[in-house]
Design a protein around this ligand. Structure first.
Ligand code: ATP
Ligand code: MG
Length: 440
């Protein structure tokens, strides 16, 4: 991508409305724009990051055996009347009428709709287990939307829903998502700790919130500090192994970890004082097992091996991609801007032409740009005629992991500078060596 032809509206001044660093940096880097309160456009740079986050989420959901579909944002009120949640949900639900005066709503979550899909076509235990997910916009008319896309009214959610014949089978489905979540957040460069959680309006029996520790987090959390160094399930994890997944779950729930709603002061005080961590956190994921809470009122049942009908045991599993992007920034930035983990960086590398219009600089940059693009890298080429200082500031602000800097003096020697955004270390090397670093 040539910056001269891209759309990346950088702000020079700090936006006054931004209270936390991630919101400030997302606005300054031209990643998002607020359209009305708590409702955002994702501008091209932001969209790239969001897509990368979603690709990792999708990859890990698929690995764990979940199947992707797509459900609509608008739902009929009827389904919610069946479950009893139409009245219970309250003011967070955006209620709409169509031209026939039929009550509709903008989905805040999808338990009812997915249960309807399930009951219309699954009749036998032989079709279980089943886990269906989508990545879709949701709307909740939050009383206090704030911190940019961290807490917005319209937001994206990956929501998965599992269906099983028995409680035991449902617990295995829960453990699959539990392990998938650990892997997902790790690949996003984050350390998320599963904490016992309140089941809230979704209702349920077993529930964990995945929390990232951050000073700007809205939740108050308490946990054992060893969680910070626990091993993440690797890519040989067998998601069909009931025992294997149970042992991951047992290990990751063996020490104290709870959000303030579930906090047990006495149990926490039993943790040796030096191991206690009480901090603030950002909820990036939430998983529930809720048994037959929706399958019973909505009549979602299958024939079991005993020939009888059984209401299915369900769970639901949410991750917030549009919250994760600012959460990653909260965890990874410095005074100059964002520092993206390579896995979600909008571009793998930025090529900075320090003197656009200078033949040698232009030729060198074009050569590098073409070679890296051909190698399948996402390359941003700053070919604008801005001052070098402005270009460096922009490159640092948008947080691309590696910068290749081509200035007249180095280029005359057949060299460029390669800068690591995170460490700030700059190395001078031949043009060929700079290319090979990515192509090899
Ligand atoms: P919170 O306690 O932060 O209001 P919640 O418990 O209501 O969230 P869930 O129903 O568990 O949220 O939704 C699953 C995930 O969706 C959350 O873990 C979070 O990542 C994301 N999410 C929920 N509400 C919002 C929001 N208003 N803005 C952005 N992301 C959200
Ligand atoms: Mg929650």
């Amino acid at each position: 991508m040539r910056l001269s032809r891209y759309f990346m509206p950088i702000l020079k001044e700090n936006p006054k409305e931004a209270e936390i660093v991630s919101h400030r940096l997302m606005l300054r880097a031209g990643m998002i724009r607020q359209q009305s309160q708590g409702i955002y456009s994702w501008l091209p740079l932001g969209k790239r990051v969001l897509d990368k986050v979603n690709a990792i989420i999708r990859d890990e959901q698929n690995r764990a055996g979940a199947i992707e579909l797509s459900m609509p944002t608008l739902q009929s009120a009827e389904l919610w009347q069946e479950s009893g949640r139409y009245d219970a949900y309250g003011k967070e639900m955006l209620r709409i009428k169509d031209r026939q005066d039929r009550p509709m709503l903008y989905g805040p979550t999808n338990e009812e709709m997915v249960t309807d899909i399930f009951r219309s076509s699954v009749k036998s235990y032989k079709d279980l287990p089943l886990n269906l997910y989508h990545i879709q916009l949701k709307f909740r008319d939050e009383i206090r939307p704030r911190f940019g896309t961290m807490r917005s009214r319209e937001f994206m959610m990956k929501d998965a829903y599992s269906f099983d014949l028995t409680r035991e089978a449902a617990e295995h489905s829960y453990n699959k998502m539990f392990a998938a979540y650990l892997r997902t957040f790790d690949r996003l460069g984050l350390r998320a700790i599963p904490m016992r959680a309140d089941t809230g309006p979704i209702g349920g029996k077993l529930s964990h919130e995945f929390i990232i520790l951050a000073d700007t987090g809205e939740s108050e959390v308490f946990c054992h500090k060893d969680f910070v160094d626990f091993d993440i399930p690797d890519d040989r994890t067998d998601f069909d192994s009931v025992e294997g997944l149970k042992s991951i779950f047992d290990k990751w729930t063996s020490l104290y970890a709870a959000t303030s709603e579930m906090h047990d002061e006495a149990a926490f005080n039993a943790v040796p004082e030096g191991d206690r961590l009480s901090a603030r956190g950002i909820e990036v994921g939430h998983i529930f097992y809720f048994g037959t809470k929706y399958s019973e009122p909505m009549g979602a049942k299958v024939q079991g091996p005993d020939g009888k009908e059984h209401f299915v045991h369900m769970g639901s599993y949410g991750i917030g991609p549009t919250r994760l992007v600012p959460a990653i920034i909260e965890a990874s930035h410095d005074d100059n801007g964002i520092i993206w983990p390579a896995s979600v960086a909008p571009f793998d590398v930025v090529v900075i032409n320090m003197k656009a219009g200078d033949q040698a600089c232009d030729d060198t940059c074009e050569l590098i740009y073409a070679a890296l693009t051909k190698a399948g890298k996402d390359v941003l080429y700053d070919d604008t005629d801005d001052r070098a200082g402005t270009k460096f500031a922009t490159a640092d602000l948008i947080g691309v992991p590696v910068q290749i800097i081509a200035g007249p003096r180095a280029v005359a020697n057949g060299e460029v500078e390669v800068k690591d955004r995170k460490t700030g270390v700059r190395e001078t090397m031949t043009i060929e060596a700079a290319i090979n670093r990515f192509v090899a």
